[in-house]
Design a protein around this ligand. Structure first.
Ligand code: DGY
Length: 324
């Protein structure tokens, strides 16, 4: 008998069709009524789940008695209560690698946009404000040659550093749990404590996963260590930054600017950030290109299929539950 898969988001009709070759597939549909109700009804039947952007843990999965695997279409897995998955023996998989370059591109888009005031001056031009030659009040700040600090030098951090070093001749500083000898050699990257990095960098880019250790890693004290001419880029997770402290620093000019893709509460529909011309605000689009989202979906499909057909999935987050 075919196993059942519950798709909880971001599943294209093509993916649903592909899944149907091996599994019964349930895709909640707003046309069929309340989405949460459909989701909760389907839980009791699901052997596998695929999607992203939904919190799943003890509270949500009580009725999912048959559940063997959750395949997340994301690299970050802070939405999932991994301890509970381990307790229940449920496999959890993610989609690393395939979004590294797109996410690094987006970090640089935020960095460039914040430094050269691209989004702000685009809106200004379209509002018919360009009546004479632009003067100092609208000047930006250079990117090339400035110091780039990367907080969390994983794969995405390294790709951002490569863009900075090879493309913009930026000295690279980094902080994190371990030294990266290869990167130190390739691009003369220098290791710093977080406090030192914050004090020395012109651009600080946050690329750490969210955990209890990194929640509010950047708060009032840390923002106070940064140069007032510096720009903070966050493409990791919103709660890594104390958003109220950041808003305060941007309002008071103790920080020049911020380029943000992530927020403490998402989706962000209202915020003092919207009134700040020195904040660039994007709607969590780090991996949102057609090519990358397709690659992530393919990888998540493979992980789910392997797990449900008895093979060890490529991107198993909690290998201790593997019974193969
Ligand atoms: C991820 O994959 O974790 C990114 O934030 C995109 O959703």
């Amino acid at each position: 008998m075919k196993k059942t898969v519950l798709a909880f988001s971001r599943v294209s009709p093509e993916m649903a069709e592909r899944l149907q070759q091996d599994f019964n597939v349930i895709v909640p549909d707003p046309k069929l009524g309340d989405m949460n109700e459909q989701f909760n009804d389907a839980l009791a039947h699901a052997h596998g789940m695929i999607g992203a952007g939904r919190k799943l843990g003890r509270e949500q999965l009580q009725n999912a008695s048959k559940l063997e695997v959750v395949s997340s279409i994301s690299v970050g897995y802070d939405n999932y209560e991994v301890g509970y998955f381990n307790e229940r023996g449920i496999m959890l998989t993610n989609t690393p690698d395939v979004l590294t370059e797109s996410t690094a591109d987006l970090a640089f888009a935020l960095l460039m946009s914040s430094a050269r005031r691209v989004a702000e001056l685009d809106a200004w031009t379209k509002a018919g404000q360009w009546k004479r030659t632009v003067e100092a009040a609208h000047f930006g700040t250079d990117v090339h040659g400035k110091t780039l600090g990367i907080v969390g030098m994983g794969n995405i951090g390294a790709s951002i550093a490569r863009r900075g070093h090879f493309g913009f001749n930026m000295p690279i500083l980094y902080s994190g749990n371990s030294r990266k000898a290869e990167l130190e050699q390739q691009m003369s990257a220098q290791f710093r404590s977080l406090d030192q990095l914050l004090a020395e960098s012109d651009f600080v880019c946050l690329v750490v996963p969210l955990s209890e250790k990194t929640r509010h890693l950047i708060g009032k004290r840390e923002l106070g260590l940064m140069k007032s001419s510096a720009i903070l880029i966050n493409i990791s997770r919103g709660p890594v930054v104390d958003e109220l402290a950041l808003i305060d620093a941007l309002q008071n000019g103790t920080l020049r600017g911020a380029g943000l893709d992530v927020y403490e509460k998402e989706p962000l529909t209202e915020s003092p950030l919207f009134q700040l011309s020195n904040a660039v605000t994007l709607p969590h689009i780090g991996s949102a290109t057609n090519e990358t989202r397709q690659a992530m979906a393919d990888r998540a499909y493979q992980n789910l299929r392997s797990a449900l057909l008895g093979e060890k999935p490529q991107d198993l987050i909690n290998p201790q539950v593997w019974k193969g």
